[in-house]
Every structure is written in structure tokens, then in C-alpha cells.
Design a binder for this molecule. Structure first.
Ligand code: DON
Length: 312
């Protein structure tokens, strides 16, 4: 049953409350990521969800103001920040096709000569961060400044414990970076790049922060202060890559169930965009076997079903 098809902003709050209530009674929450010990301690029953409108009005439910580890969600923002600087030249170094493989997979890289399939698998995100580092001298600092400005949260920051934990368990990311460097597709020294990447992944933010920080993608590239980050066409491109690649080897299932551009992280967060209308962020730390939040996907599925808001 569709309970909201108007553009009335007030109708979001009851929809969120209904979804949170349903999630409380949904069994099977998945398991928090344990390959990074600092993430394993989160309670899988935590649940928060926020919707941000284009004017910055935010609605939320549950743990929507609770900070969590953003992880791979940051890959959307580094992509946008780099694309804004170098434009289409970026696509000579990273593709934009779904990989059909897990986010940390190595297998395609050798067949494809060190050019990762897309910017949202780890290999592709490392290329993007490397290029942003070359352009700015401090990729993670640029990312933090952008997220602070867009969310209006001046204390949003990295989590040094998570970054150290990632680094201590970072052999696979190191392997990806060295392998791509052997093809000439990484500019910076690998240890410096990994340091930037682990800091980036450790960024901590809430559903409210991330829903707000994503609104430039629903505003076709326009930032919260009215300046333009991306052209309308580039904003469309980022949304398209989110739709096709944002949830790794589950992107087809996510598009089928949710019908929105989305990006997940192993901290249990997912952001999603309704172009021209609003953005969403949902957080629940229990993951499925592909690294996507179980309750997060279910809640977004319910949101688009209840509201009729989807790109299809
Ligand atoms: O590279 C890693 O292993 C993590 N820090 C980020 C992974 C991640 O969030 C992938 N997502 N679902």
C-alpha cells in the first residue's frame, strides 16, 4: 500500500516511524563486520534512519543521530570530489561497470591490466583516493572538510582506533594498491595512499550527517551553500554508478528491491538518493554475506514501497 505520494515534507516522519516499528519485529539482523575488530563490537539491533530534503530539513527515527563508521560510503564523496577536479580523465584510470565480485576482490585486476572495474570496489576507491591525494595533498582532509560543510556538523571526524585497526588488518588493500602500482595506475607511495584510505574509511558520522551530506546529489550537483560541485551531468553519472555498483555483487538485488542509487559500507550504513526530491541514510550494523546492512536494505525497500519514491 502506498501511503505517501504527495510532495508534502511532513509526511516523511510517519513513514520513518512505521518502518522503525516494522524493523523492530523483523527477525534476522545479520552480523557486524568482524574483519576489522573495532567494528565487531556494535549491537546488531541498533537502527537509525534519516531523510533529508533539498532545503536541509531532516527527519529521523531511532538511532539517527548516533555516529557510526561510514567506511565505504565515503567512496561516493571522494569520487565526487575528484570528478569535480579532473573530469572525464578520471575514467581512464577506473571503469564504471559492475564487478559482480566482492568489494575486496583481486581477481579482475590482472585480466584488466590494473584498471579497476568501478570506483566503489576497494581497488577503484584506492585509485580515486590516490588521484585526489595528488590533486589536493590531503585527500582525507578534503573529504572531512566537505562532509563537515555539507552536514553542518563541525565535529565530524576520523576514528583513530578504527583507522589503526584497518591498517593492522590491511594486507588485502595493500596487495590491491601494490598490484595497481605495478601497472602504473597509482601515483603516490603505497604506504602514504593506504594511510589516506584508512583514515577516509574511519570517518564517523550519523544518519542525519550523511543524509545531509548527500543532498548535493539530489540537487543535481549543487552544494548546501548554493555553489556547484558537479555539473548536472556528473551528478547523474555518480548516481548511475551508485545504482549499478554501490552495493557490490548485490547491486542488482538492491536495484530490484529499493530502486534508488545507493552506497553501503561495512559499518552498516547505506546512503540513497531520490534525485530532485530527497536523500536517505539508514544504519544498522548487522550485515549480510555481501557486506550490506540487512535491516538497512529492508528499511529502504519499505521506504520506496510505502512512498512510491524511486527512480523507476
Ligand atoms: O577497505 C576496507 O576493507 C574497508 N575499510 C571498507 C570496506 C567497505 O565498507 C566495503 N563495504 N561494504
Amino acid at each position: 500500500m502506498v501511503i505517501m505520494t504527495t510532495t508534502s515534507s511532513l509526511a516523511f516522519q510517519p513513514v520513518l516511524e512505521r518502518i522503525a516499528e516494522e524493523m523492530e519485529h523483523t527477525p534476522g539482523r545479520g552480523r557486524p563486520a568482524d574483519y576489522i575488530p573495532a567494528l565487531a563490537a556494535r549491537d546488531p539491533h541498533s537502527f537509525g534512519m534519516a531523510v533529508a530534503e533539498l532545503d536541509g530539513t531532516v527527519y529521523g527515527v531511532g538511532d539517527w543521530r548516533e555516529p557510526f563508521s561510514t567506511q565505504s560510503i565515503t567512496k561516493v564523496f571522494t569520487l565526487a570530489l575528484d570528478l569535480a577536479r579532473e573530469g572525464d580523465a578520471l575514467w581512464e584510470h577506473v571503469g564504471r561497470e559492475p564487478s559482480g565480485n566482492p568489494f575486496n576482490s583481486l581477481v579482475q585486476l590482472e585480466y584488466e591490466h590494473g584498471i579497476p572495474r568501478n570506483p566503489f570496489i576497494n581497488a577503484g576507491a584506492l585509485v580515486v583516493t590516490d588521484r585526489l591525494q595528488t590533486r589536493t595533498g590531503d585527500a582525507s582532509g578534503e573529504l572531512r572538510a566537505f562532509l563537515r560543510a555539507e552536514s553542518g556538523n563541525p565535529v565530524l571526524d576520523f576514528d583513530a582506533e578504527v583507522a589503526a585497526s584497518e591498517s593492522a588488518h590491511g594486507d588485502r588493500n595493500a596487495a590491491l594498491a601494490h598490484f595497481m602500482a605495478s601497472y602504473g595506475n597509482i601515483d603516490n607511495p603505497v604506504p602514504a595512499l593506504l594511510d589516506q584510505y584508512f583514515r577516509q574509511c574511519s570517518l564517523t558520522a550519523s544518519c542525519a550527517d550523511l543524509a545531509l551530506a548527500t543532498t548535493f546529489l539530489a540537487r543535481h550537483g549543487i552544494r548546501a551553500d548554493g555553489t556547484r560541485l558537479l555539473t548536472r551531468s556528473q551528478a547523474k553519472q555518480v548516481n548511475a554508478v551508485m545504482l549499478t555498483c554501490g552495493t557490490y555483487d548485490a547491486a542488482g538485488e538492491f536495484a530490484y528491491r529499493v530502486g534508488l542509487p545507493g552506497k553501503s559500507g561495512v559499518g552498516g550504513g547505506i546512503i540513497a538518493v531520490v534525485p530532485g526530491r530527497c536523500t536517505l541514510c539508514v544504519w544498522s550494523p548487522g550485515l549480510d554475506e555481501r557486506g550490506n546492512s540487512v535491516a538497512g536494505v529492508a528499511a529502504l525497500d519499505r521506504f520506496t514501497t510505502l512512498t512510491g519514491l524511486s527512480v523507476f
